[in-house]
Design a protein around this ligand. Structure first.
Ligand code: PLP
Length: 396
């Protein structure tokens, strides 16, 4: 099909839940995408932090092909080798002891919310159920996770919402101190907020949150669905801070492009879930876990995280140089290859113009250009992207 035909068919039959732009990629390799007409794009969106190894990484493709031909799915009534191996890898590379597998970030956070409530109610009593989250956070699109998300626009029109969530400004420890009460069971945060405009937690804040949680018997949940798995230049974002959470949620990059999510917890907290308390039909199936295992091995064993730290620093320097050139750029921020450029104007037009010039970027929260390229990009890729951006910005 031609691009125009794909768009027409999609617009006719698919629910209009997405603000899509006029591009229909049909093939990808590394940091590049192509449409049906053979136009090439440099992909600095990468599925919004999903394709961290680039498109169609050969190790992931091979693992998926082999596993698909051998065994795609069995029930969690039985033991699954690739699931056990992926759990082992995630535990060995984090502060947690056990993993639960699901299919998305929202599901991982649903699991975390349920686990935190179950743990707190068992340990302290039924009145402990409230979860405090941050303004400008993003935790997913299910009813519980839009309620956990500290942005009103995601909740409007879907009331009544589940009870037991409260929001505080991000990076404001006093506000959190005031908000925490006898009903609170957990604090849920993204160490680097993605969707909310690439806001990086300060070290003092996360250290203070950990201390507050310890003092009051609250669980600390880090939503690392976007900022985890190498994206910030460390395997997990919390490792920049030396502050360990009780529960970690993962998804996006976990399957190297294949859908899979995970929720990790320490032994004592994980033990609050008994057989039957939580489940997912597809969660942790052989195919998803084979993809995840292949992707995580490449990420950890082939210098991808180190590349992200190195190229991310270079990219940030170059973006900062652009900021000094254009007065409508307010701030450049982020960690590793989760970078944001806050503008004094709306960013949508710039995103469109960049796409027309063959560069895919994204805009978060209206006026923050967000860059989440594959972690395997080179400095030459960054130079090419900046050349296109500079050209677009110079016409603004
Ligand atoms: C994308 C995202 C989610 C939701 O993940 P889905 O797979 O879309 O359900 C949750 N939390 C964060 C931080 C995210 O970036």
């Amino acid at each position: 099909m031609k691009t125009g035909e794909i768009i027409q068919l999609s617009d006719k039959y698919v629910m209009h839940t997405y603000g899509r732009t006029g591009l229909a990629p049909v093939r990808g390799e590394g940091v590049r995408l192509w449409d049906a007409e053979g136009r090439e794009y440099l992909d600095f969106v990468a599925g919004i932090a999903v394709n961290s190894l680039g498109h169609c990484h050969p190790a992931v493709v091979r693992a998926v092909q082999e596993q698909a031909a051998r065994l795609m799915h069995v029930s969690n009534l039985y033991y699954i080798e690739s699931q056990a191996r992926l759990a082992e890898l995630l535990v060995q590379n984090s502060c947690c002891d056990r993993a639960f597998f699901c299919n998305s970030g929202a599901e991982a956070n649903e699991g975390a919310i349920k686990l935190a409530r179950k743990y707190a109610k068992q340990k302290y009593g039924p009145e402990r159920y409230e979860i405090i989250t941050a303004e400008k956070s993003f935790h997913g699109r299910t009813l519980a996770t839009i309620t956990a998300t500290g942005q009103a626009k995601y909740r409007q029109g879907f009331e009544p919402l589940p009870a037991g969530f409260k929001y505080v400004p991000f990076n404001d420890l006093d506000a959190l101190r005031r908000a925490a009460g006898p009903q609170t069971c957990a604090v849920m945060l993204e160490p680097v907020q993605g969707e909310g405009g690439v806001n990086v937690a300060t070290p003092e804040y996360l250290a203070g949150v950990r201390e507050l949680c310890d003092r009051n018997g609250l669980l600390l949940i880090f939503d690392e669905v976007q900022c985890g798995l190498g994206r910030t230049g460390k395997f997990l974002a919390y490792q920049h801070y030396g502050v360990e959470p009780d529960i970690i949620t993962l998804a996006k990059a976990l399957g190297g492009g294949f859908p899979i999510g995970a929720m990790l917890a320490g032994e004592e907290v994980a033990a609050a879930f008994k057989p039957g308390d939580h489940a997912s039909t597809f969660g942790g199936n052989p195919l998803a876990c084979a993809a995840g295992l292949a992707a995580m091995r490449v990420l950890l064993e082939e210098g991808v995280v180190q590349n992200c730290a190195r190229v991310g620093e270079y990219f940030k320097e170059k973006l900062t140089a652009l900021k000094n050139k254009y007065s409508f750029i307010k701030e450049v921020r982020g960690l590793g290859l989760l970078l944001g450029m806050e503008l004094a104007v709306e960013g949508g037009g710039i995103v469109d113009r960049c796409r027309e010039q063959g560069l895919l970027i994204n805009c978060a929260g209206g006026n923050v250009l967000r860059f989440t390229p594959p972690l395997v990009i080179t400095m030459e890729d960054v130079d090419r992207a900046l050349e296109i951006m500079d050209g677009v910005l110079s016409t603004m």
